[in-house]
Write a protein that binds this ligand. Structure first.
Ligand code: RNT
Ligand code: ZN
Length: 422
């Protein structure tokens, strides 16, 4: 499509939305202010750079696929991320895991990691991102080989993981300070049992104690936001997960932490959208791991589904954009990994745009009046409004490829860069 056509289609769309009472330019402006946190681990199948041959193990999560060209070191991952960011409109964040440290090939124990091991990421992030987020890594480690970390009944292991958690908070705070934007540090642990336990209480008591110790040191919320992520089950923890939803909801409320809602961490037909305006009655801020489970917590690339729209609706309609940190969490190794980032992030943004383009005042008025017929009729009409024309114009304005043409860039990069990585 030519530039002229894109602008022309946009003008027509603007008129149509205008007739519905929607301010399209305002919607676009709001969208440009939203930063999504891209998860680094889509780029290398959650392997990290602790050793040359690092790979994901344990933790009840799995990556499947052998698509060639995955990033083998931090420089390659940064280069891949730059490519991804260049195809996504707006300025976005990067979400790093502790295993993505850099120490000139020398091994550092997880309880000894320091801000300096992320110095290159921080420098790079200043140029290329809207900020950094962070995560302790409680998996792919000999001390997690029995499926327990912070809730372990082995004191030495528990202490090791508490120290790891403390080290990540120090690093996250340094990131937040350096980038002048609070860094969300999200604690997720895999702890749980494959088969039915007889004591569901003790591990949770140990987890509470461990968390209290891990979070003891105070940091300014200007730099660091602590978050906790619940889960229903994992591979090898099908019957019992210590850090359940109720556990962390209670903990987050009591200790004023952020709660992380991962779209794949609930019963397969349960969705997270309606949880957003519920938990935000009691929590200041939350983190989302927007993901797509297929039959289970499979971490598929986020597509433009009703589930995704429902999440976007709750964030935008509730006016929660400043209280919801939007992160992504999927890892597919069966397709081009950079395309996976681009598809998922563009979908998240497109879903947000679709809600920013709602005649929300009118819809809310109908609802209050009990005029449910008009509410339903208008909602259904909105579904076929020319969202694509506005989206394309937004991409044009943000100097990123319009429509499917971004795939040309992926193909070029695959040919010139990814195919050289053998
Ligand atoms: C696992 C959690 C967790 C991880 C990342 C790698 O089920 O969703 O967020 O995916 O930390
Ligand atoms: Zn997650």
């Amino acid at each position: 499509m030519e530039k002229k056509q894109i602008v022309h289609r946009y003008e027509l769309a603007k008129d149509l939305y205008g007739e519905m009472g929607v301010d399209v330019d305002l919607a676009i402006k709001k969208l440009s202010q939203i930063s999504i946190s891209l998860h680094c681990w889509q780029g290398d199948d959650v392997a990290g750079f602790e050793t040359d041959d690092a790979e994901l193990s344990g933790g009840g999560i799995q990556v499947t696929g052998m698509y060639p060209g995955k990033a083998r070191n931090a420089d390659e991952l940064r280069s891949d991320l730059e490519k991804a960011y260049s195809l996504i409109p707006g300025k976005h964040r990067l979400n790093l895991h502790a295993i993505y440290l850099e120490n000139n090939g020398k091994k550092v124990q997880r309880n000894e990691i320091q801000p300096e091991h992320f110095a290159r990421w921080i420098d790079w992030a200043k140029e290329n991102t809207a900020g950094l987020d962070f995560n302790p890594s409680f998996f792919s480690h000999p001390f997690a080989d029995d499926g327990f970390t912070l809730a372990s009944n082995n004191k030495r292991r528990r202490e090791f993981w508490i120290e790891h958690g403390k080290a990540t908070r120090k690093i996250a705070a340094a990131m937040g300070k350096a980038l002048n934007s609070p860094c969300v540090n999200n604690v997720w642990i895999p702890d749980g049992y494959k088969d039915t336990p007889v004591d569901r209480k003790k591990p949770r008591e140990r987890l509470t104690e461990s968390l209290n110790e891990l979070f003891k040191k105070k940091y300014s919320r200007e730099y660091l936001l602590d978050s906790v992520e619940s889960k229903l089950f994992g591979i090898g923890s099908e019957s019992y997960v210590v850090g359940s939803h109720e556990f962390y909801l209670g903990y987050a409320i009591k200790k004023k932490k952020l709660l992380c809602l991962d779209a794949g961490h609930f019963h397969p037909t349960e969705t997270i959208a309606d949880k957003i305006p519920s938990v935000l009655q009691y929590l200041d801020e939350i983190l989302l791991h927007v993901s797509r489970g297929v039959r289970w917590d499979s971490d598929h690339v986020v597509t433009y589904t009703d589930d995704l729209l429902a999440i976007a609706q709750e964030i935008v309609r509730g006016n929660y954009l400043n209280r919801v940190h939007i992160g992504l969490d999927f890892f597919d190794a069966s397709i081009n990994r950079i395309a996976a980032w681009v598809i998922g992030t563009r979908n998240m943004l497109k879903a947000l745009l679709s809600v920013l383009l709602e005649p929300i005042k009118k819809l809310k008025k109908y609802e209050l009046e009990g005029n449910y017929t008009s509410r339903l009729a208008l909602l259904e009409e909105m579904k076929t409004m020319p969202l694509g024309a506005v989206w394309d114009y937004y991409c044009l304005k943000q100097s990123v490829p319009v429509g499917y043409s971004w795939m040309n860039e992926i193909k070029k990069y695959e040919k010139t860069v990814l195919s050289q990585r053998q």
